[in-house]
Each structure stands twice: as C-alpha cells, then as structure tokens.
Design a protein. Structure first.
Length: 136
C-alpha cells in the first residue's frame, strides 16, 4: 500500500508519508540500493525520498497500489498552511475516505513553526487538537 499526494503537474504522485510492503519487496530493495548510492554532500531534499519512491513505483508499474490523495494526504503540500488559517473550509479537503492527514512537517519546520506554537483559535489545527485530545 502506498499513499498518493496531489501534484501540480499531474493528478497524483506517490507519497512517501505512508507505505506498507511485504518483507524484501522489490520496490523497497530498489529504493534502498539507489538511496545508498546517493552522495550525502550533494543530495537534494526529497531526492532519495518522495522523488525516488515515485520514480521506482512508476518503473515497477505499481501505481495501482497507491491510494488516492484524499486518503492520507488530503491537503496538497502547497496549501499546507490551510491548517493554520482561521475559519477555513477545512471540511472541503477532508473526505469520508480520509484515514489520516499528512501535516507536511518539513514545511512547518522550514517556516520556524514548532509543534507548541500558538495557533489561531478557529484554525483547523486547533480544532483537530481538540477533537483528538492533543494538548497544544
């Protein structure tokens, strides 16, 4: 099982946020082999993560195993901060088929927003914290 995420240039791309594969699966072995060959001094963010996984899924023709984006990644990465905006129509992103919400941690980190930051009271992240009993 693989997660799918929205992509600006095509409907869906394989996401590395959620994956499940049998032990010693060809996909995992191929990704590991390529990642181990990458030069740590020159590797770019995402190159041996999402980009590598997506390329290998396509090469091995495993696209059918990717769940639609709304299952694990209903919010596109370019709209990650919708979680922080007050009075956002958040329900339009989350569907009955949504199982989890990828929060795009690296984007929060790159903007200097920590998990203990103060968020607007009417923002989706505060509503989710309250709904799932996560202390701010």
């Amino acid at each position: 099982m693989l997660a799918g995420e929205y992509h600006r240039n095509h409907p869906q791309q394989t996401a590395s946020a959620v994956l499940k594969a049998p032990a010693e699966h060809e996909l995992m072995g191929a990704c590991l082999a390529l990642a181990q060959r990458a030069d740590p001094q020159t590797v770019r963010w995402g190159q041996i993560g999402p980009m590598l996984l997506h390329a290998m899924v396509q090469q091995l023709k495993l696209d059918a195993h990717a769940r639609p984006p709304e299952v694990f990644c209903p919010i596109p990465w370019w709209d990650w901060n919708i979680l922080l905006r007050e009075n956002t129509a958040f329900d339009s992103w989350v569907k009955p088929t949504t199982y989890a919400i990828h929060l795009w941690h690296e984007l929060w980190r790159s903007k200097g927003i920590g998990a203990n930051a103060k968020f607007p009271p009417a923002s989706p992240i505060v509503k989710l914290q309250a709904q799932y009993g996560v202390a701010p």
